[in-house]
Design a protein around this ligand. Structure first.
Ligand code: UDP
Length: 461
């Protein structure tokens, strides 16, 4: 029998990239004959262009069909999670009809954490296996399912008291101080819904591995700890699922990196959605200039009220001049720095031997890409679960210096100090050694994860 898998990715490259990688692996390693990926997006040309940059080979059995949402006139407010969850809700009828049209009928359905409402569609269409791919950490999955197991009152008490949430068998999560917990009502409701839907899947695959999250993974395997919360649904670490760097890619940044000494360049990027305020953008520019280190900086136009503003940027500003950096900055730094607008080939940059450090917003894919390339980080979280990721890389894995982004603008002096802690030969030595060790371990685990029974689970039904 032909095995056809259908994979649905919620909006954003952070979801599309690992879903696409999983799709490729299902074909190359797990006996699938056909894979259809449905990335949901409100901007097909932009998604097509970004996804196109991550795919190099064409395979007739690997089909990508975009699900175009019309969000005009919709009230997409609130946090990024709320917005994306709402978009995925709007997409359900289109997902249903797109899946119904597929030939041969798919027997495996996979969706990321933000699209768990679609599991009910897979059930309705009698698809044999329904899975979730968690495109972030096991720790975040733990938080999501555990929060769903608590009643709203208990959860609110935690939020209001700013106390740490003690999750069975793993590191507690300390909520930030918030002015008004009622601002979280919608986000909590979405998060609890997702947590309840996750446990309706046949299996949950997490883009992580033991050497990154040993304690949390153990707790999921323990039926007295998170295993109990999962209600018997198995959780498998399948990572790191990371797009491999393309060795022959041509790009101006890579040409520039070719001319720089080994390990001398700090790469600065805040993912596909991250945006800084005007003041913060200026401060970062001054900071980079002051460090004296070489840099590649992917810049975005400033946004004052939403650190995830670039996620829904329609690409209009790609042609606009960069007029938001300090006067004379580009000229003064032209010998040591390269400023790139909007998008750069991140995997190839991190894999380049000239790259010695990564100032990152700590999106989970960026964290994994940094680790598999052995590059230490300056962790500068902006939104969503990035603070948890930043904590993990700095406090537990000790491969990053973490900026204190909670107190308004990060000053240039702090930026200099953080970049030095990572890039300086002496100061950064320990982090460099740790991340090289982790690179080795995760590479071994990635290979193992392709062949162990947990990978075969995708096709067992
Ligand atoms: N990315 C890239 N070039 C850029 C910005 C991002 O190739 O200029 C890729 C990056 O390599 C990663 C994904 O987009 O695979 C972003 O995912 P991540 O989880 O790091 O952050 P998000 O964008 O979801 O916040």
């Amino acid at each position: 029998m032909e095995i056809h898998g259908v994979l649905v990715a919620s909006p954003g490259m952070g979801h599309a990239v690992p879903i696409l990688e999983l799709g490729k692996r299902l074909l190359s390693h797990h006996g699938f004959n056909r894979v259809t990926v449905f990335p949901v997006t409100d901007d097909v040309p932009r998604s097509k262009s970004l996804i196109g940059k991550t795919l190099t080979e064409e395979d007739p059995n690997f089909v990508i069909r975009f699900i175009q949402l019309d969000v005009s006139g919709q009230d997409l407010t609130g946090s990024l999670l709320t917005k994306l969850a709402e978009m995925m809700r709007m997409a359900i009828p289109q997902i249903r009809s797109a899946v119904m049209e597929l030939e041969p009928k798919p027997s495996v359905f996979v969706v990321d954490l933000l699209g768990t409402e679609a599991l009910a569609v897979a059930k309705e269409l009698e698809i044999a296996k329904k899975h979730v791919l968690v495109t972030t950490s096991a720790w975040f999955l733990a938080l999501t399912v555990y929060m769903a197991s608590l009643d709203k009152g208990t959860l609110f008490k935690h939020l209001s008291s700013y106390g740490a949430l003690l999750i069975p068998g793993c590191t507690p999560v300390k909520f930030d101080r918030v002015q008004d917990p009622s601002g979280y009502v919608r986000e909590l409701a979405e998060s609890q819904r997702i947590g309840l839907e996750v446990v309706t899947a046949d299996g949950v695959f997490v883009n992580t591995c033991h050497s990154l999250e040993p304690v949390t993974i153990r707790s999921f395997l323990d039926h007295k700890n998170l295993g109990l919360v999962m209600n018997g649904v198995p959780v498998y670490p399948v990572g790191p699922l990371v797009r491999p760097a393309e060795p022959d890619l041509k790009h101006e940044v890579l040409d520039w990196l070719d001319l720089q000494p080994k390990g001398s360049v700090v790469y600065v990027s805040f993912g596909s959605g991250g945006a800084l305020t005007a003041e913060q953008t200026m401060e970062l520019a001054y900071g980079l200039e002051l460090t004296g280190f070489r840099f590649v900086w992917v810049v975005r136009p400033p946004a004052e009220h939403d650190p995830s503003a670039s996620m829904f940027d329609k690409g209009t500003n790609q042609t606009e001049p960069i007029d938001f950096l300090p006067y004379g900055f580009l000229d003064r730094t032209k010998d040591i720095g390269l400023v790139v607008k909007t998008w750069a080939p991140q995997e190839e940059i991190l894999a380049h031997e000239a790259t010695g450090g990564f100032v990152s917003h700590c999106g989970w894919n960026s964290v994994l890409e940094s680790i598999v390339n052995g590059v230490p980080m300056v962790a500068w979280p902006l939104y969503s679960e990035q603070k948890m990721n930043a904590w993990l890389v700095s406090e537990e894995l000790k491969i990053a210096a973490r900026v204190d982004a909670g107190n308004g603008v990060v000053k240039k002096e702090e930026i200099v100090e953080m970049v030095k802690r990572v890039m300086d030969e002496e100061e950064g030595r320990e982090m460099r050694e740790n991340v090289k060790e982790l690179k080795k371990k995760t590479a071994e685990e990635a290979v193992k994860n392709l062949s162990t029974p947990q990978a075969a689970y995708f096709t067992q039904y």
